[in-house]
Ligand binder design. Structure first.
Ligand code: IVH
Length: 668
């Protein structure tokens, strides 16, 4: 064999092996080898290709990195138009669709149901198994050739497992995690943010420079075959099986349903679960399963009669921004909130939405009177994601942040390196009120019945000026508040009294020292055991504690130097508030004989007998330390069912892994 033949053989093997590993990783979500092994082979391939460019294969994984920018996208005529779907907005309309289908066919069909991915429709052409053309939908008849960008999407096969000629269609999208990462990076660089993952995906695929698309972590699910040579397929379910066998990524949630009742159940089951997915969906697509039935039903001018899209209540709507209100947080940060013309989003009425911070207002150029897009996804607080500047009529008013605190009139400052404006007056009534709310909240002192409404009244009537005053409250004073009877007042006094015996970490977190979250409060309380010991600790003693960093240590020292803080703690002590740690005793690695002692442990996946929180307590009680991310410092990963990327990472790094059974064994 000549040298070139040898090289070609090696290039062939490497191309095929790397593509197979990538298929397992990106399409099947079942990595076959550690990342390092994949990288090693890819590097060898790239080196060979650099030395012998003429031997590089068209399906080489190195094709995915991008290449030179284009100067425009070529127009592509679709052989078969890319239609859209009719919609059903409620159960009744869904049942109407089923009735029309049954009337049209004269029999009861079965359905294939799948998620409606909120991305953009894409068509992919393969000739003899090779990816030759990928295009956008465009106006349905003519789209744009974005082959180069699509090649950068790792789940789109460059070569199929069979040498077929066909066209498939599906949805390209950006996973939520990639979207959030992208926007965070853009915010840091002061670049305009994408309003949602769909726009981000579309924007990425519309870039003439494929290197940009390559960095955007896009993905694609295939959901239909447009045309195919030399193969008959009988049903949509079969279509999905077949394209999956060819190497395409199909959505794992698709289901075959025996009638409309099962369809309705499937749709309902997704209404409150959609937020759990790591990509956005905007509905459910219902398709008559048999392709003969599909043909019999045919199309209207715009859409197939054999399919419909059940659309979820919109998570994004447009409404008018009527005002911007400012609120002062516990730490003095000024946050603007948009006051909106009430509008229904995802099933609830929204009148307020977060505007995040001043930079965002400037970036988005929000004016009072603007029409804005509001987004409410899952339990997340609604936020303003976009301003429809093109709809302005000139009556809109500029908004700028004030120079003085709206609550106490003191000058607002911008601390170096922070985007937020801050009121630094420790006597600011708004901050005090927020501080009281925080003190009573669940992870802090957890005072039953003492919510925002009651605190606002207690504070505005000057019955409570600081957290110590809460312990001085008498029943009669509380009874004078709105909607407060004798019984509730008695309950509240008792609830406040009961929190005097809380363990130290609750009080410590409740004091609201900057950077001290509930987790750090617990670590500190466990370590120092008493408030006095903590107050005496200098910076060195603080940073010697695991997980306490420089910034937090400075903040703690500074907080306890304040005369106001010393006075407050003295007052709480005099009122009988407990100042010691009374939680489970910290076991040091030396004291514990458990195999978990001294280990850095990551818990992932779901277990039958333990919640993750319970498992964590068990590990900590044996002198182990639980962290959230797998790294070289991790000693052990406890992996329940459906453990995902953390388990992969552990395997890749060669870290010891226990399943639930082993964990239970080791506990006893
Ligand atoms: S089937 C004749 N299945 O929804 C059109 N479409 O109006 C057949 N979409 O832009 C489309 N997920 O890109 C189908 N599982 C799915 C889908 C899906 C998202 C998009 C599609 C199109 C729109 C339908």
């Amino acid at each position: 064999m000549s040298e070139n033949q040898d090289v070609q053989k090696r290039i062939d093997t490497l191309t095929e092996t790397v593509n197979d590993y990538a298929h397992h990783y990106y399409v099947l979500d079942q990595p076959k080898v550690p990342d390092a092994e994949y990288d090693r082979l890819l590097q060898e391939l790239e080196e060979l290709e650099a030395a012998h460019p003429e031997l590089k294969r068209s399906d080489s994984p190195s094709e995915r990195v991008g290449g030179e920018p284009l100067d425009h996208f070529r127009k592509v005529q679709h052989d078969i138009p890319m239609l859209s779907l009719s919609n059903a907005f409620n159960e009744e309309e869904l049942r109407d669709f089923d009735r029309r289908v049954r009337d049209g066919l004269g029999v009861n069909p079965t359905y294939s149901v799948e998620l409606k991915i909120d991305g953009l429709a894409i068509t992919l052409k393969y000739e003899a198994g090779e990816f030759v053309l990928g295009a956008t939908r465009g106006d349905g008849t003519t789209g744009e050739d974005i082959t180069r960008n699509l090649k950068t999407i790792p789940s789109i096969p460059l070569k199929l497992k069979e040498s077929v000629t066909l066209e498939v269609r599906g949805e390209a999208f950006m996973p939520k995690a990639s979207f959030n990462r992208l926007n965070e990076a853009r915010e840091e660089k002061g670049e305009a943010l994408f309003a949602n993952p769909r726009n981000a995906a579309a924007g990425s695929l519309r870039q003439l420079d494929p290197k940009i698309a390559a960095k955007r972590n896009l993905d694609m699910f295939v959901y239909s075959v447009g045309q195919i040579e030399g193969k008959t397929i009988d049903s949509h379910t079969e279509t999905l099986d077949y394209v999956s066998k060819l190497g395409f990524k199909i959505n794992p949630e698709a289901k075959h349903c025996n009638g409309i009742e099962e369809v309705v159940d499937y749709v309902n089951s997704w209404l409150d679960r959609r937020g759990d997915l790591d990509y956005e969906i905007d509905g459910i697509v219902i398709k008559v399963d048999s392709l003969d039935h599909q043909e019999e039903l045919g199309f209207t001018a715009k859409s197939p009669r054999w399919a419909t899209a059940f659309k979820f209540p919109a998570e994004e709507v447009v409404t008018k921004l009527i005002d911007i209100e400012l609120s002062i947080g516990r730490t003095g940060v000024v946050t603007p909130t948009a006051i909106l013309e009430p509008v229904s989003v995802a099933g609830t009425t929204v009148q307020r939405a977060s505007l995040h911070n001043e930079d965002l207002i400037r970036q988005q150029d929000v004016k009072i009177g603007d029409r804005v897009t509001i987004k409410k996804a899952g339990d997340i607080i609604p936020k303003v994601v976009n301003v429809l500047t093109e709809q302005r009529d000139g009556s809109e008013e500029d908004f700028s942040m004030p120079e003085h605190c709206p609550a106490c009139e003191s000058e607002l400052v911008r601390i170096d390196g922070e985007v937020a404006l801050r009121c630094v007056n420790p006597e600011c009534p708004a901050q005090i009120r927020e501080g009281l709310i925080h003190f009573a909240s669940r992870d802090a002192m957890n005072i039953d019945g003492l919510g925002e409404r009651v605190i606002t009244q207690l504070h505005s009537r000057e019955l409570v000026r600081n957290v110590a005053d809460l312990y001085r409250l008498e029943k009669e004073a509380i009874m004078a508040l709105e909607r407060m009877g004798e019984k509730s007042a008695t309950n509240l006094v008792e609830a406040i009294e009961a929190t005097k015996s809380n363990s130290l970490e609750k009080l410590l977190f409740g004091l609201g020292i900057r950077f001290v979250g509930s987790k750090a409060a617990k670590t500190l309380a466990m370590h120092f055991e008493t408030m006095d010991a903590l107050m005496e600790a200098d910076k060195e003693a603080l940073i010697a504690v695991d997980e306490i960093g420089d910034k937090m240590a400075d903040s703690i020292v500074m907080a306890f130097e304040q005369p106001g803080m010393k006075h407050l703690i003295g007052a709480l002590k005099d009122l009988g508030v407990n100042m010691t740690y009374t939680g489970p005793k910290r076991i040091t690695a030396e004291e514990s004989d458990s195999p978990l002692a001294g280990k850095t442990v990551v818990i992932t996946g779901s277990m039958e007998q333990y919640s993750r929180k319970e498992a964590k307590t068990e590990v900590e009680a044996r002198g182990g330390k639980v962290t959230g991310t797998v790294s070289k410092k991790t000693d052990l990963v406890i992996a329940g069912e459906k453990a995902g990327s953390k388990l992969d990472k552990a395997n890749e790094l060669g870290i010891e892994v226990w399943d639930e059974a082993r964990f239970i064994d080791e506990l006893s």
